[in-house]
Design a protein around this ligand. Structure first.
Ligand SMILES: *[C@@H]1O[C@H](CO)[C@@H](O)[C@H](O)[C@H]1NC(C)=O
Length: 339
């Protein structure tokens, strides 16, 4: 009997000891915190953003690092095609995309389809839009290409050609370099660059647009969107400069490539390409910064921050100083849309 009592006492002490460690050990506690909040710095972000609006002046806002602290991520690019089924067929059979979701909205006379290389919670996607009755679009000369990473460009090109795809630049190393690339045109005339590179996560690695003033646009994308300049290449011989901008390293996330051709100040945007969508934790806070940066370097807000009628997803839409459109989409609302 006495023996049993001491066992129970020991058991109780041991239990208390474990509980005490669990509550007071900073290492265990921080591990618990980290695993229960997927983004622990979120809390600090909110504190930061409320400080921002309460105590900083407008000009300090324009210099604010909210866009860099925000949870930004490339979500998708939107453009128009003249035949949705034809586009889906080409993207899935020749380029390796998966059809992710599709929707028909007869009341507004359009349908759309999302294609990508994986689930939209962590992969970039293309939103193809078909407007009833419109069978072709002017691509314009400002849109450059979409870049897709592939381990073997020669093999990819062979497969695309076998399926009737149009190769507009045969595979081979880039001029003055070693990276093997090729260009393919989709059935609507949008160019895809196949770039030989090992794929770490998402093969959709870039969107390339031409712009009329590189320094001005870099300023806009850094300050208003929180992008980092990942790489800049000047090629005086070919008379162009490119800048690659993004939220992570070039081989980790989709990036925006801006091309400046010496002396060319303007491009036609055409009617096909629409916009890039990027996630944010706060469309209102983001809009304040965009507005102030736009006053300084150009560009303007075209869709005021707030919920889109019908679906309720909060967005803010705006043009860069060159006229290219971006839409910031509330991260939580976007996840709800995916459900
Ligand atoms: C290739 O180009 C031809 C001629 O423009 C066109 O008829 C055909 O549909 C294109 N094929 C694809 C898969 O885009």
């Amino acid at each position: 009997m006495q023996c049993n009592v001491s066992h129970v006492a020991f058991g109780l002490f041991f239990l208390l000891y474990i509980v005490a460690i669990f509550y007071y050990d900073p290492f265990i506690n921080s591990t618990i915190r980290d695993s229960s909040f997927r983004t622990p710095s979120r809390i600090h972000r909110h504190t930061f953003s409320s400080l921002l609006s309460d105590s900083l002046t407008r000009s300090e806002m324009a210099e604010s690092d909210w866009p860099k602290k925000d949870n930004r991520r490339f979500l998708h690019v939107v453009y128009r095609v003249g035949d949705l089924e034809r586009a889906i067929k080409f993207y899935t059979e020749s380029l390796g995309f998966k059809l992710l979701r599709q929707r028909d909205v007869p009341a507004e006379k359009y349908s759309n389809a999302f294609v990508g290389f994986g689930h939209e919670t962590s992969y970039f996607a293309i939103e193809l839009t078909y407007n009833y009755g419109v069978t072709s679009y002017d691509i314009g000369d400002g849109f450059g290409h979409f870049g897709i990473a592939t381990k073997d460009v020669y093999k990819s090109v062979e497969e695309i050609r076998a399926k009737g795809g149009n190769i507009t630049r045969e595979p081979g190393p880039v001029e003055g370099g070693t990276t093997v690339i090729a260009f393919v045109k989709d059935p609507d005339g949008y160019t895809f660059a196949l770039i030989q590179r090992s794929v770490i996560h998402d093969p959709f690695i870039q969107i390339s647009l031409r712009i009329g003033d590189l320094e001005r646009d870099i300023k806009f994308y850094e300050k208003a969107l929180g992008f980092k300049v990942l790489r800049k290449v000047d090629n005086p011989e070919k008379k162009y400069t490119i800048a690659i901008l993004g939220y992570g390293e070039e081989d980790e996330t989709t990036a925006l490539e801006l091309t400046y051709n010496y002396g060319v100040k303007e491009y036609s945007k055409g009617t096909g390409y629409a916009q890039i969508a990027i996630g944010t934790d706060d469309v209102y806070k983001s809009a304040e910064v965009i507005d102030l940066v736009a006053q300084e370097v150009g560009g303007k807000i075209t869709t005021k921050p707030g919920p889109v009628s019908g679906i309720g997803t909060k967005v803010v839409g705006f043009l860069d100083p060159d006229g290219w459109k971006t839409v910031l989409v509330d991260n939580e609302d976007f996840l709800k849309e995916l459900e």
